[in-house]
Design a protein around this ligand. Structure first.
Ligand code: ZN
Length: 277
C-alpha cells in the first residue's frame, strides 16, 4: 500500500527475463485506496511500471490487498505474532509457468507445410494460457495442437481421434506407447471442453510433456536428421579419396624396413671389429 508516488524509487520484484528477485526502478506508479465506512474495511491496489536493474527488462506489476487479509510472518521477542498484509501480486508479461522448448520457433520453418505456422502459434497460445492460469483453455489447446500436428503428418482431418491415432501407428508415425500417452492428452482436452474438467497445473505439465515429446519426435528430430545427412554428404564430397596402394609403393616400403636394420648391422660389425682389435 502506498499513498504517494514512488516514481524514481526502487523495489524488489521478480524479473521474468533474468529469472529472480531483482531491484527494479519504478518508472510509473498509480495507487488506489478505497474503504467502506460502515464496515471499516479498506482495500488498495498499486500499479507499477518497472525496469529490472539487472537486465533492463520492462514489465508491469500490480500489488493489491485489504485490511482483513493478513499473514503471520514472524514472532516478536515477547512471543507475539507479527503480521504482514496478504498481498496479491500480478505481472504482465506473466512469468512463465512452463519454460518454452528451445525448438519452439523452429516449428514454423523446419517443416514445409501450410499449417506449420499454425502449429507453432497454437502451441505458443497453450504456453500463454498456462502463464495466465487459464488451465481449462490450456487443456483444450493441447488437443487442438494434436489436431493440427496430425493434419501436417497427413492424417485425414475428418477422422475421429481414436482412428487418427490408429492410423498414425499403422503409418509408423508414432509408437504404441506414444498412442497410449496421446490418448490421455486427447481425453483430457475433451473433458475440459465438454465435461467441465478443471485441470491442475501438475496435470497440464504431464500433458505438455507428452505433447512436446510428440512434436519434437515428429517434426524437429526428422528435420535435424535430414540437415545432418545433407551436411555429412557435403563433407564426404570434400574429403579427398584414399589412393589405392600400387605395387611400386609396396616395394618402396620393403627397403625402408631393410635400411632400418642397417645401423644395427653396422653397429654389430663395428663392435666385432673393435673386439678384434
Ligand atoms: Zn532482469
Amino acid at each position: 500500500m502506498s499513498t504517494k508516488s514512488r516514481i524514481g524509487t526502487k523495489l524488489k520484484a521478480f524479473c521474468a527475463s533474468c529469472k529472480g528477485d531483482r531491484n527494479c526502478e519504478v518508472k510509473g506508479h498509480h495507487s488506489v485506496n478505497e474503504s467502506d465506512q460502515r464496515s471499516g474495511i479498506s482495500w488498495w491496489r498499486d500499479w507499477y511500471l518497472l525496469i529490472c536493474c539487472g537486465c533492463e527488462h520492462v514489465f508491469f506489476q500490480s500489488v493489491s490487498g485489504d485490511s482483513e487479509s493478513y499473514d503471520v510472518i514472524d514472532v516478536d521477542y515477547e512471543g507475539n505474532p507479527v503480521f504482514a498484509p496478504d498481498e496479491t501480486i500480478r505481472r504482465w508479461p506473466a512469468p512463465f509457468k512452463r519454460e518454452r522448448p528451445v525448438w519452439l520457433e523452429e516449428i514454423s520453418y523446419q517443416n514445409n507445410h501450410d499449417r506449420s505456422i499454425d502449429l507453432q502459434k497454437c502451441l505458443t497460445e497453450v504456453y500463454e494460457a498456462l502463464d495466465g492460469d487459464l488451465n481449462v483453455l490450456a487443456g483444450i489447446g493441447t488437443r487442438t495442437v494434436f489436431d493440427i500436428a496430425s493434419e501436417i503428418l497427413g492424417i485425414d482431418t475428418e477422422l475421429p481421434f481414436n482412428k487418427k491415432l490408429q492410423e498414425m501407428v499403422d503409418k509408423k508415425l508414432i509408437t504404441n506407447s506414444q498412442k497410449d500417452h496421446l490418448e490421455v492428452v486427447i481425453n483430457a482436452g475433451g473433458a475440459s471442453a465438454h465435461r467441465g474438467w478443471l485441470p491442475h497445473i501438475e496435470d497440464l505439465n504431464t500433458l505438455m510433456d507428452i505433447l512436446e515429446d510428440f512434436i519434437h519426435d515428429s517434426f524437429i528430430l526428422p528435420a535435424k536428421k535430414k540437415a545432418t545427412d545433407e551436411n555429412v554428404a557435403k563433407v564426404k564430397q570434400k574429403v579427398p579419396p584414399r589412393k589405392p596402394k600400387s605395387k611400386a609403393n609396396k616395394s618402396s616400403t620393403a627397403p625402408r624396413k631393410a635400411t632400418s636394420k642397417i645401423p644395427n648391422e653396422v653397429e654389430q660389425d663395428h663392435r666385432s671389429e673393435s673386439h678384434n682389435v
